[in-house]
Design a protein around this ligand. Structure first.
Ligand SMILES: [Zn+2]
Length: 430
């Protein structure tokens, strides 16, 4: 059996690993590299294998950096099966459709997305999939709806892919199921170098109270899938517990609206199905024809949640432009802002934003940030996931900045694990 590392080796995004068994070639995750132009060039590299020779792809979860390369794989001739959980399949449809609408058609188009979705075969957690002489199953990984780790059995060997792992105190999801005893573990290390700072409930409450009591306008930048549903649930819960605080909350993102439907359908997979369902059921998307003329003149207290989460596009620009001269307005960025993104520039003090049409807005209000809202396990949680059933196992670290990988490597080596940080294109015989 051979393993070839391809994506998320030198960068955080673009997860993609190949396994070559005697009779079967599979791919675990098929993600897009995202970030600077330099990073995105990785998406144009020739793959180490002909797409048509791959039998199956296993997708751990719907995030673009784990599923966003699939339509490209189709365009290159892949026609095997794509396995994922039912919730992942639903979210993937939304994410890939949006991705195709932003993509140069020569890379992939919505037609390729349609073909991708036709090849999807959904499986429940723990359901066994047999391909030739290998067996595969998914187990819950927290993180976002449907997210999974993948466990592979092949000739008495067990291989585990962590996928992205959720935190142990996630507001919506259970702690990821721990890594089973394995011979080889391929693990993410996004937060391998640090322990999470901040407290979601406290930071959100202080923002909401400010908006409510000081009658301010709050614009919240959120990813349309996962982050938005968590925020909406927590905001709804806060106002249930504090009926004295009154703030009108709107969402403005067609993709968020669609993702809300999927989260409602699979609310039973979360730890607070009723809160989540009610929050998403009651939230009002802005109706531009009927409401915009009145909303745009509004003073606080008012909150609008829109995307994108790092201000790279989406409808949020319209709101920042509309309230740009309101010195009391607050732009809330609840999440990591990638290097080179407008969100990061905002935090660093560059308050002028441009949209695709070169329209500009200069934000004169407050900018609030928080890193507490991460949906990733931190260093101690990653170690716990791995070490509860494994000792001195061989581990490959992916999906993290170099410093994170090195920090986690050191911690695991202290515990006698054999840890490697693979390079792109590296093939190992196992
Ligand atoms: Zn993810």
């Amino acid at each position: 059996m051979k393993i070839t590392f391809w994506g998320a080796t030198d960068e955080v995004t673009g997860s993609m690993t190949f396994l070559d068994f005697e009779q079967t070639r599979i791919m675990v995750d098929s993600g897009l590299a995202q970030g600077t132009d330099e990073v995105e060039k990785i998406n144009l590299l020739q793959l180490p294998f002909e797409a048509s020779t791959i039998h199956a792809v296993f997708i751990t979860h719907a995030h673009l950096d784990h599923s966003g390369y699939l339509p490209r794989l189709i365009k290159k001739g892949f026609r095997g099966q794509i396995f994922c959980t039912p919730a992942t399949a639903k979210l993937m449809r939304i994410i890939l459709t949006d991705s195709a609408s932003l993509m140069d058609e020569s890379f992939y188009s919505s037609k390729d997305v349609v073909t991708t979705l036709q090849l999807v075969k959904t499986v429940e957690w723990e359901e066994k999939i047999n391909i030739n002489d290998s067996t595969f199953h998914f187990q819950p990984a927290g993180h976002i709806l449907g997210a999974s780790s993948l466990i592979i059995k092949h000739s008495n060997k067990k291989i585990v892919f962590s996928g992205d792992l959720g935190r142990h105190d996630d507001p919506l999801f259970l702690t990821p199921v721990e890594c089973p005893e394995a011979d080889l573990i391929i693990m993410e290390s996004t937060y391998g170098g640090k322990c999470r700072q901040g407290n979601i409930d406290k930071e959100l409450a202080s923002f909401l109270i400010k908006i409510s009591r000081e009658e301010r306008v709050g614009i919240v930048a959120s990813f349309a899938v996962a982050r938005a549903q968590m925020l909406l649930t927590l905001i709804h819960d806060f106002f249930q517990r504090h009926p004295e605080e009154k703030v009108k909350v709107y969402i403005d993102s067609p993709m968020m609206k669609e993702a809300n439907q999927v989260y409602k359908q699979y609310a039973h997979l979360t730890t607070r199905p009723h809160d989540l369902y009610n929050a998403l059921d009651e939230i009002e998307p802005i109706d531009y024809l009927r409401q915009w003329d009145s909303i745009k003149k509004k003073k606080g207290p008012l909150i609008i949640i829109s995307s994108s989460g790092m201000l790279t596009g989406g409808r949020i620009f319209r709101h920042l432009q509309n309230w740009q001269h309101d010195a009391g307005a607050i732009l809330f960025l609840p999440g990591y802002q990638g290097v080179g993104t407008p969100g990061r520039a905002m935090i660093e003090g560059n308050r002028t934003l441009k949209n695709q049409d070169k329209d500009s807005a200069t934000w004169s209000g407050e900018v609030l940030t928080s890193e507490a809202f991460s949906s990733h396990a931190d260093q101690s949680e990653l170690i716990k996931w791995l070490t509860s059933k494994n000792q001195a196992t061989r581990v490959f670290l992916l999906h993290g900045e170099t410093a994170s990988k090195l920090a986690l490597k050191e911690k695991l080596q202290e515990r006698k694990f054999s840890v490697e940080i693979p390079e792109r294109g590296k093939t190992l015989e196992l």
